[in-house]
Structures are given as structure tokens and as C-alpha cells.
Write a protein that binds this ligand. Structure first.
Ligand SMILES: NC(=O)C1=CN([C@@H]2O[C@H](COP(=O)(O)OP(=O)(O)OC[C@H]3O[C@@H](n4cnc5c(N)ncnc54)[C@H](O)[C@@H]3O)[C@@H](O)[C@H]2O)C=CC1
Ligand SMILES: O=C(CO)COP(=O)(O)O
Length: 338
């Protein structure tokens, strides 16, 4: 049995707290919000985010960060990406040398273009930072539906330790040394899921969705591999796996926000309606900048950026994608001389 501190009591932090509790670990949860702590401590259910999922009486919720960090075998960081750096900065004084922090959020910092693990390592250099990613909606993990994810870490030892801590009969955990590829896949798929949602909102069909998923992973992998990620991460659970679930799931916050935008809602109104974090909105500008920095064409991501931030009509964005210069599907594939 391990002692675990969860930082963040949104839907993902709460679902993982429950999973680890069921695995027999002692779990305490920190939230920045007094109201959230009070609601979870008294109601013992996250009614708006994980309805019907009961929270055990002996799971502690608190705003006392030091108490949740000190003496824990590992920490799980589950705050939305715009708050990762600030939360890590506040955690730093309480984190012991070599203490493991598993980041489970998905995003890229717009100003620095750093992944979340890179930000945490910069803010808390004494920590052993790992990541957990893959197709895993909190609503389904909370209900104990079979799910498979990947843990990435700097060492095999840390990855295999965490694999043991998280894994059970409904939560299968693989390990990987490619934290960069995992994090790029996890954050960039949210931008493509916005595009898939927009297409749904416009009333387009399954053909459109399949094309967005397939050309979307090509875009993500082109950039990710050039940045140093492994191609296997983009063809695996943290790449195509997570992209499929986010583009197709009724639970996806990014797909839903895209849907509302496709139906004519403004980006802000769509985010307000979804009520939970829509990470793709924060990652889009970073993705565009990464494409420019690494000189990689990102046509779908570029059009999402224009729809979100330049008021471009989504129908026009789709037209432009359809009418780009005609080309081969895989430009590196040679033709036989006849
Ligand atoms: N919900 C899901 O199914 C999954 C979510 N993720 C990722 O996990 C991360 C968290 O997502 P959710 O739990 O869905 O978010 P959420 O929208 O449910 O929760 C937001 C949380 O952020 C906290 N918060 C608000 N302001 C804060 C601040 N200034 N500092 C620190 N915390 C603050 C709130 O107290 C709340 O607990 C995101 O990066 C998301 O992409 C990853 C896999 C699954
Ligand atoms: O990353 C996720 C599932 O793996 C969650 O995606 P959404 O934030 O779009 O719900």
C-alpha cells in the first residue's frame, strides 16, 4: 500500500483518486478551491462531473497543500494545463528529493512551448517527474470501465513502480521511456478533436471525421517526430488511441466545444457551456508556433486556430482544407517505373 497525494479535484483528479483508493492505497486530495473541497467532503460525489460515482468517507479533501504532499510515496498532478506551472511553483517547498510526481494533464505552454513535465521539472528540480496518458475519459474510469493507458518516466524503475500502483483488472497500464512523444500526442490530439467536433456541429458525416482523425495523426506525428518524439507513441495509445476517443466520445470536452462552435456558438460561449477545461483551446496557438518553429505543415491545426481566434467561418475552413494543393497521401512512397 502506498500513500498518494492528488493535486486537483476536477473530474480526472477525482476519478484517479478513486482508482488508486480501490487499489488499496491511502489517498488525500488537494484542491485550490474551498468550495470544491467542502462540496466533495460533504456530498461525497462530484455531482456535476462524475454523477453517480460515490466517494468513500475516508478519502480526505483539503486546501492544505503541504499536508497532501509531505510523506507521500507519489503525487498525481491533475490541474488544467494553464495552472500547471503555478501549482508546481507552490508545491516546490514541500516536495522531497526524488519524490515522484505523475502529471496526468494534457497541454503545451503557449509562451515557452514547453510540455507539462518540462515545466514541472523546471519548477521542482528535485522531483522525479513522470506522465500518464492515453484514451481515458474520467467518466468511464470512474465507473470502472476497462481502460488502457501508458506511464512515461525518466527511468524504467519509476515507470514500473507506477505501473504497479495504478494497474488493476479494469485499468491496464503500459510503460514507455518517450515522455515527449506521449505528451505531444496527448496535447495536440485535443486540437484535432476540436476540429472533429466542429465538423459534427456543421452536420458533416463519418467520412469527414475519419479523414480528420487520419490526417490529424499524420500532422501530429510529423511535428512530434521532428521534435524528437518516437513514432511508436503516435501510432500507440497516447497518439492515435487518444485521438480516436477524443474525436468520437460523448464525454469529450474538446469535441463538445467544437460541436457548439460548429453550430455557431462563439469560442468563449462554448467553453462556458462545457464547464470543464477545454485544453485544445489553450494548445492551439502553441501548436501553430511549434509548426512554425520546426517548419512542419499543420493544415488542420492552422484552420482550427483561425476559427477559434480569427473568427473564420468553419465551413470556409473545411473548404480550404478540401481544396489545398492536390498531392500524394504519403509523399515518401516511391512510384515504380513502368
Ligand atoms: N476529464 C478527463 O476525462 C480527462 C482529463 N485529462 C486532463 O486532465 C486535466 C484536468 O482535467 P479535468 O479534471 O477534466 O478538469 P476539470 O475542469 O474537471 O477541473 C478543473 C480543476 O481545476 C482546478 N483549478 C481551477 N483553478 C485552478 C488554479 N488556479 N490552480 C489550480 N487548480 C485550479 C479546479 O479546482 C478543478 O478541480 C486536463 O489537462 C485534461 O486534459 C486527461 C485525461 C482525462
Ligand atoms: O484526454 C482525454 C481522454 O483521454 C479527455 O479529453 P477531453 O478533455 O476532450 O474530454
Amino acid at each position: 500500500m502506498a500513500k498518494v497525494g492528488i493535486m486537483g479535484a476536477g473530474s480526472w483528479g477525482t476519478a484517479l483518486a478513486l482508482l488508486l483508493y480501490k487499489n488499496g492505497h491511502e489517498v488525500a486530495v488537494w484542491s485550490i478551491s474551498k468550495e470544491e473541497v467542502e462540496m466533495l467532503s460533504t456530498k461525497r460525489e462530484h455531482a456535476s462531473k462524475l454523477p453517480g460515482v460515490k466517494i468513500p468517507e475516508d478519502m480526505e479533501f483539503t486546501t492544505d497543500m503541504e499536508a497532501v504532499i509531505k510523506g507521500k510515496d507519489f503525487l498525481v498532478l491533475a490541474v488544467p494545463s494553464p495552472f500547471t506551472r503555478s501549482t508546481a511553483r507552490s508545491m516546490k517547498p514541500f516536495v522531497a528529493d526524488g519524490q515522484i510526481i505523475v502529471d496526468v494533464s494534457k497541454g503545451i505552454e503557449e509562451t515557452t512551448l514547453m510540455t507539462l513535465s518540462q515545466q514541472i521539472e523546471e519548477e521542482i528540480p528535485q522531483a522525479d517527474v513522470a506522465v500518464l496518458s492515453g484514451p481515458s475519459h474520467a467518466e468511464e474510469v470512474g465507473r470502472g470501465l476497462p481502460t488502457s493507458v501508458v506511464i512515461g518516466a525518466r527511468t524504467k524503475g519509476t515507470a514500473e513502480y507506477l505501473q504497479k500502483m495504478f494497474m488493476n483488472e479494469v485499468f491496464r497500464v503500459y510503460t514507455s521511456p518517450d515522455m515527449l512523444g506521449m505528451e505531444l500526442g496527448g496535447s495536440l490530439k485535443n486540437v484535432i478533436a476540436l476540429a472533429a467536433g466542429i465538423a459534427d456541429g456543421l452536420g458533416y458525416g463519418d467520412n469527414t471525421k475519419a479523414a480528420l482523425i487520419t490526417r490529424g495523426i499524420a500532422e501530429i506525428a510529423r511535428l512530434g517526430v521532428k521534435m524528437g518524439g518516437a513514432v511508436e507513441s503516435f501510432t500507440g495509445l497516447t497518439g492515435i488511441g487518444d485521438l480516436i476517443v477524443t474525436c468520437a466520445s460523448q464525454h469529450s470536452r474538446n469535441r463538445k466545444a467544437g460541436y457548439l462552435i460548429g453550430q455557431g456558438m462563439s469560442m468563449q460561449a462554448a467553453m462556458d457551456e462545457v464547464k470543464m477545461v477545454v485544453e485544445g483551446v489553450y494548445s492551439t496557438k502553441a501548436a501553430v508556433k511549434l509548426g512554425e518553429k520546426y517548419d512542419v505543415a499543420l493544415p488542420i491545426i492552422g484552420e482550427v486556430n483561425k476559427v477559434l481566434f480569427e473568427n473564420k467561418d468553419p465551413r470556409e475552413a473545411v473548404n480550404e482544407l478540401m481544396l489545398r494543393d492536390s498531392k500524394a497521401e504519403h509523399s515518401a512512397l516511391p512510384w515504380k517505373e513502368m
